[in-house]
Design a protein around this ligand. Structure first.
Ligand SMILES: Cc1cc2nc3c(=O)[nH]c(=O)nc-3n(C[C@H](O)[C@H](O)[C@H](O)COP(=O)(O)OP(=O)(O)OC[C@H]3O[C@@H](n4cnc5c(N)ncnc54)[C@H](O)[C@@H]3O)c2cc1C
Length: 395
């Protein structure tokens, strides 16, 4: 059986749901269908921000558009001191269910367990939409691909939108796991499980290209934490380009060199203090032991001997703990996808394809990747809103 709609949206994530709501708000007569492959809509949204859903950020572009959308969809929000915007309830699941209710109330039809396998554009400017393992097909005048990226496939997005886009003539910028843990050459067995507040920097070809403070989490073969995930997005896409990079970790970012030298110098004079005692006042014991080992200082040695080159080496060990990135954790762990449908081929005001009339793209399926802090969900809302409004015109 063929079902005809004015607008079909593939993917009931934040971008797809925002588009459905805006399309119906702009044109209540438009027949809108949302096709979702999973048994439930918005699984990734419900899991986002550790279940709290960091929905946006005060420093995002066109913020008012998105904030109005939240208000009109009945989503109360609040921002933390860093500008990250969360649902007031801190329950991402509640956001998903508000959006679903709102979309249905406005008259959009949501079809779950409906995986789009391929799409064909016809000569009349419409789209035939085929469903995996089902005889039913859909037909629409306007089509939005809001299938997300390729990471965390357990929540539904496994890259289908990229093949659909290619089959319709679009280019896809190469796909790389983004916002993920970074694998390093050095063994970190002794630091496994340690979390440390620090400043991480990325050096590429000797140039500093990224610096951020935050919590670094050590695993046996990799490092993670928000600042590391943000750093991962600045690493070269190709693995063979990684050897030109170094990660520097400063475990004492609140001290400048003189303050640190003075502090350590003072502690070193205390009678009976060992090197390990001294470092343990600043960093966790496994880190203290690792740094002492790296700079060849015996932890049981008296601090009275801490002077000259030894002192300089120890200061460097604390401020420039150096790791060599050699890979990144893959699609199972990456929060987002770098790369996607080429933005050059999409009108960024309407999200309509510049190549195929009536075809739209929104959210992570496009070549957008933002840092942690609400930027990726913001992009999904904003592009979904723009596409929804434009698709509703003239149908
Ligand atoms: C664990 C985790 C936590 C995150 N936390 C945050 C956060 O706090 N803040 C933030 O800004 N970003 C966060 N992100 C990133 C953010 O969730 C995504 O960028 C955002 O969900 C993208 O929205 P989207 O609508 O484009 O795609 P998705 O949310 O991936 O939705 C796409 C939908 O399309 C469906 N679909 C895919 N293929 C098909 C098909 N062939 N047929 C039918 N349906 C299909 C999928 O099942 C899915 O429901 C997080 C990501 C992860 C993995």
């Amino acid at each position: 059986m063929r079902r005809d709609f004015d607008i079909v949206i593939v993917g009931a994530g934040p971008a797809g749901l925002a588009a459905a709501i805006e399309a119906k708000k702009s044109n209540s007569k438009a027949k809108v269908a949302v096709l979702e492959k999973m048994e439930k809509a918005g699984k990734k949204l419900s899991a986002s921000g550790n279940g709290r859903g960091n929905l946006s950020n005060r420093s995002c572009r066109e913020l008012d558009e998105v904030l109005n959308f939240f208000i009109e969809s009945g989503i109360a929000i609040r921002a933390d001191e860093a500008g990250r915007i969360y649902p007031y309830s801190e329950e991402a699941k509640a956001v998903t269910s508000s959006l679903l209710k709102h979309a249905k109330r406005l008259g959009a039809e949501i079809f779950t367990d409906t995986k789009v396998s391929n799409v064909e554009a016809d000569r009349e400017g419409g789209f035939h939409i085929f469903i995996e393992k089902k005889q039913d097909t859909f037909y629409s005048k306007k089509l939005l691909i809001a299938t997300g990226g390729k990471s965390f496939a357990v929540y539904g997005s496994s890259g289908d939108g990229f093949s659909i886009a290619k089959s319709l003539g679009h280019s896809v910028v190469s796909l790389v796991p983004g916002l993920t843990a970074v694998e390093v050459e050095e063994s970190l067995d002794d630091l496994k499980g340690v979390r440390a507040k620090a400043e991480v920097s990325l050096l590429m070809g000797g140039q500093m290209v990224f610096r951020e403070e935050g919590e670094v989490q050590f695993r046996d073969d990799s490092i993670s934490g928000i600042c590391v995930m943000n750093l991962s997005s600045k690493l070269p896409a190709a693995r063979e380009d990684l050897p030109g990079c170094k990660i520097l970790i400063n475990f004492v970012p609140d001290f400048d060199t003189v303050q640190l030298k003075n502090f350590i110098g003072l502690q070193a004079k205390a009678p009976g203090n060992t090197m390990l005692d001294l470092l343990e006042t600043i960093i966790k014991k496994p880190l203290a032991m690792r740094i002492l080992k790296d700079v060849s200082i015996d932890g049981n040695q008296s601090t009275q001997e801490l002077k000259g080159a030894k002192l300089v080496n120890l200061l460097n060990g604390l401020r420039c703990f150096t790791l060599s990135p050699c890979g990144r954790k893959g699609w199972k762990e990456a929060q987002i996808t770098r790369g996607g449908v080429d933005l050059e081929e999409i009108d960024n005001e309407t999200m309509e394809s510049k190549l195929v009339r009536g075809l739209y793209f929104a959210g992570e399926v496009t070549d957008y990747d933002g840092p942690c802090g609400g930027y990726n969900l913001h992009n999904a809302w904003l592009t979904g809103i723009k596409a929804g409004k434009d698709m509703a015109k003239g149908v």
